[in-house]
Ligand binder design. Structure first.
Ligand SMILES: [Zn+2]
Length: 331
């Protein structure tokens, strides 16, 4: 830190600076929001100096605080809608009767108003509602875009509006009744990572976020939050083979066999030492809340290397990795 110099408006010189943590209160859309941020101070005069990366981090924290208080849909959730219904940001805006650049602006960080956010959330949760809007907009969208999105919406309805990660969670929980919410999140993350390593494809479309205690799929978190630190009780059991390919089932079984035997805290230690979570969090402190996305590319890259490092030939070869990871932990 001491190496880097920035311009101080008071000293009228390039100066070194130090960074302190403090609480900020800033106004956004007419309301005050308090958040924990950092401030760079000139080493000579101790007055604030502008450091772009710190300013950006503070802004992110401010928006996170705003969104949390207003429970506004996140960029990640909007991206998930586009994927789920195979539709672009502009066509989605049109279909909703909004200005064509509305959704693209949200993707760049503009914050949706509460009623716009609620509408997007409803679309995410109710594929049949989306389909009805789509049909009403058949003359607005280009025929190819319309057909593509129609097929995706029908698929989503067939899956009962259930995401693959929800199905995977149900499957894992049906096989092991000792899984806590903390452990479940890690298991899903390893499902995503190792499935990619063996197939070059992701099982889940959703992105996970780099929370303090590791990677988190937000919808799953919300669903099982009530169990706290206790094992999740789930009665759901159905014919999973109609939802998963045999390759997917094999991977899920391997995760149960090799990873669900560890408790949530141990799995948290695993993920905390691995690059996807670390990279997504950047230079955040260990206890600093974050909803940063763990980009799929990071997961792909990391697990591909793990597979190579441990010479895994089949999805059942996870034990070399899990045993090495467990042995390396310090308690
Ligand atoms: Zn100064």
């Amino acid at each position: 830190m001491a190496e880097k110099r920035v311009f101080c408006e008071h000293c009228l010189d390039d100066v070194t600076y130090h960074v302190e943590e403090r609480e900020f209160t800033r106004k956004l859309k007419g309301k005050n929001y308090t958040f924990k941020g950092r401030e760079a101070l000139c080493d000579n005069c101790n007055r604030p100096v502008f450091v772009e990366e710190i300013d950006n981090a503070n802004r992110t924290a401010l928006y996170a605080s705003f969104k949390k208080e207003n429970d506004i849909i996140s960029i990640a959730e909007i991206k998930a809608i586009l994927k789920k219904y195979n539709i672009g940001a502009k066509p989605l805006s049109e279909l909703l009767g909004w200005g064509i650049n509305t959704v693209p602006r949200y993707l760049k960080g503009d914050i949706p108003k509460a009623d716009y956010s609620a509408k997007l959330r409803r679309i995410a949760a109710e594929p049949d509602y989306f389909l009805s809007l789509l049909k009403d907009a058949s003359d607005i969208l280009k025929p190819i875009a319309y057909e593509k999105s129609m097929r995706a919406a029908e698929e989503a309805i067939k899956a009962g509006g259930v995401d693959k990660e929800s199905l995977a969670a149900d499957y894992l929980l049906s096989k092991n009744n000792e899984i806590t919410p903390l452990a479940l999140q890690k298991l899903l993350y390893y499902v995503q990572g190792f499935f990619y390593a063996f197939t070059g494809e992701f099982m889940f479309e959703s992105d996970c976020e780099s929370w303090v205690h590791g990677p988190v799929y937000r919808d799953i978190y919300n669903k099982y939050q009530e169990f706290g630190r206790n094992p999740i009780v789930s009665e759901k059991s159905y014919d999973f083979s109609s939802y998963f390919t045999s390759q997917e089932m094999q991977l899920l079984d391997s995760i149960i066999k090799h990873l669900s035997v560890y408790n949530g805290k141990v799995l948290e230690k695993f993920t905390h030492e691995e690059s996807p979570w670390l990279l997504a969090r950047g230079d955040l402190r260990e206890d600093e809340p974050s909803t940063n996305i763990i980009e799929k590319e990071m997961i792909a890259d990391f697990f591909t290397k793990v597979k190579e490092k441990y010479n895994m030939l089949t999805v059942d070869d996870l034990s070399a990795y899990t045993k090495a990871r467990f042995a390396s932990l310090s308690f």
